[in-house]
Write a protein that binds this ligand. Sequence first.
Ligand code: MN
Length: 228
Amino acid sequence: MGYVIEAWEPTSLEVAGSADRFPVRRIFCVGRNYAEHAREMGFDPDREPPFFFMKPSDALRPAEAPFPYPSRSENVHHEVELVVALGRGGKDVAKEQALDLVWGYAVGLDMTRRDLQGEMKKAGRPWEAGKAFDASAPCGALRPAAEIGHPKSGAIWLKVNEESRQSGDLSELIWSVPETIEHLSSLFELKPGDLIFTGTPAGVGPVKPGDVMLAGIEGVGEIAVKVV
Ligand code: MN
């Protein structure tokens, strides 16, 4: 059997310290998962169920690659996030078993055309043009949970050109990683290769061509992404 057009390789992520790669299936993202960030976006943080949106897997870029400033926006924001990579799938996974699905963790950026996202929110329209554009998901190398464990606390931060912008702690997640997986797997059957961007702490803001975004998560890694 062949394909009627040329088939492509799956998007994949580097694994730190290994020549092998992690194949990426889907990218799920959690909205407003840190209280301070919810407030800065004009919402009251609460324990309402988390909500999710998606990016296509081919929006993923290695952190070493420059981030091309996207078209049709004058307000592109950085959002540093803990990225969870699933090595196993599951449906209706209880939070007590949820970490069994996790293969590893990485530092990622949920790049956002904030102006377009704002217009879509106002109009009650979907967010794709604001969130799911090409190259909107720069991501560092994956670190296996078998090596680093499952981080539950630790600094998460982002600087632009050495100036501190975002700063928080993983312990401030409104919905923890196991709780997020529990919710997400009640909506979608999760599959090996799925990624979850778990939300961003306060301090999101604009970038411009020439900027360098430096971001890190204690115990997971650091990335540097140049805006071009
Ligand atoms: Mn985000």
